[in-house]
Design a protein around this ligand. Structure first.
Ligand SMILES: [Zn+2]
Ligand SMILES: [Zn+2]
Length: 376
């Protein structure tokens, strides 16, 4: 059963053409797919409103409808035909032209050029281990968003948007200044309407006529394995909302990788230091070395010298794109025992008395020794 057209548009039987048009405009604004993406009935409702508008805005059809109702229209040859459109967006384009309903009705802020929304940058801090394995992080930030109360047009719902009196709808004002070369005329954006050429008589209370509000937003971002401190991840279209039909800005997530006191990062390699008492370095031992995946036993060969490096292949940072995973370089810091007990001292004296040239490092000349010391 078709609903009464006046009821559909929410106007009285005596509504004039302007009232019919404005009622339809209001409905169209409410049902626009950009605004109302989640209402499954929006399309059906819009078709119904469009049909009511087509009839009531046409004097002949309206008279037919007033006298004979829906049946009268059918016999009069009017056949609503909105079923053939693929989507509600297509339907809006067909109904309002390429500019959409904003251009057709001046409901939005389409007068000035479209403006892309600004980018938003937000920082997140992650641990080195998470940077190595990759992580999903929840990012919270503030961004300008189209006001949902007025759908971005800045007007209190149901109130008109009028031509700006200051710029007469041009959106621009001419600023004349006198210079040494004569008069200079510049166009500047109108300070009343901000370039729209139109402004709401009764500003929307939610956004105070701006059409935009600042919203708290959350987005989950995939931080890729191997990311380095200070690198940015771009999330397209998640920045500030565009104005006058312009695209949204982007969100940049700046990833700070917290320092890990166990490791230094050297490119894709990680470097760590283990302390080995001199006697154990001489005898050889096994120590637990921290890696990103926990402690790993590492053999310290007998006779290991101070500053020697042991490479654990593939225990470093993974490549961000292509390439190989880095190594974990374990630097052996041979420590000399201090504050010896009497007993220790005696043993060490006995031991020292047995040392020969054979016990000294023989594979390194003086220059190599100095280089090693200076490099450290
Ligand atoms: Zn608003
Ligand atoms: Zn203006």
């Amino acid at each position: 059963m078709a609903r009464d057209y006046y009821e559909v548009l929410g106007v009285g039987r005596d509504a004039d053409e302007a009232a019919v048009k404005s009622a339809f405009r209001r409905l169209a604004r409410e049902l626009h797919p950009d605004v109302n993406a989640h209402d499954p009935d929006a399309e059906a409702k819009f078709k119904e409103a469009a049909e009511a508008y087509e009839v009531l805005s046409d004097a002949d059809r309206r008279q037919l409808y007033d006298s004979y109702g829906h049946e009268g229209l059918k016999t009069g040859g009017y056949q609503p035909n909105f079923g053939d459109f693929g989507s509600i967006s297509d339907l809006f384009s067909a109904f309002f032209g390429a500019g959409g309903f904003d251009a057709a009705f001046g409901g939005g802020r389409m007068r000035g050029g479209a403006v892309q929304g600004g980018d938003v940058a937000v920082a997140v801090a992650i641990d080195l281990a998470d940077a190595a394995h990759g992580e999903r992080v929840d990012v919270a930030y503030d961004a300008r968003t189209r006001c949902s109360t007025c759908n971005g047009n800045g007007a209190k719902p149901g109130t008109p948007i009028e031509t700006c009196e200051r710029c007469q709808g041009a959106g621009q004002l001419q600023a004349v200044s006198r210079t040494a070369f004569g008069q200079l005329v510049r166009n500047v954006v109108c300070d009343v309407c901000g370039g729209d050429g139109r402004w709401p008589r009764d500003p929307c209370e939610t956004c105070r006529g701006d059409g935009m509000v600042v919203d708290k937003r959350r987005v989950e971002v995939e931080v890729p394995a191997g990311i380095a401190d200070g690198q940015r991840i771009r999330v397209t279209g998640r920045g500030h909302a565009g104005e006058r039909g312009g695209p949204n800005g982007d969100l940049y997530v700046v990833v700070r990788v917290r320092e890990d006191e166990r490791f230094l990062r050297d490119g894709s390699d990680l470097v760590t230091v283990v302390d080995i008492p001199a006697p154990l370095a001489a005898l050889g031992t096994t120590v637990d070395v921290p890696t990103l995946d926990g402690l790993v036993p590492v053999e310290i060969k007998a006779g290991t010298q101070p500053g020697e490096e042991i490479r654990l292949g593939g225990r470093g940072m993974p490549p961000l794109q292509r390439g190989r995973t880095g190594d974990l370089r374990v630097v052996v810091n041979v420590t000399i025992p201090r504050r010896l007990t009497r007993e220790q001292r005696e043993m060490l004296e006995t031991f020292a008395g047995t040392l020969t040239d054979d016990n000294q490092r023989g594979d390194e000349g003086m220059i190599a020794k100095l280089k090693r010391v200076l490099a450290g």
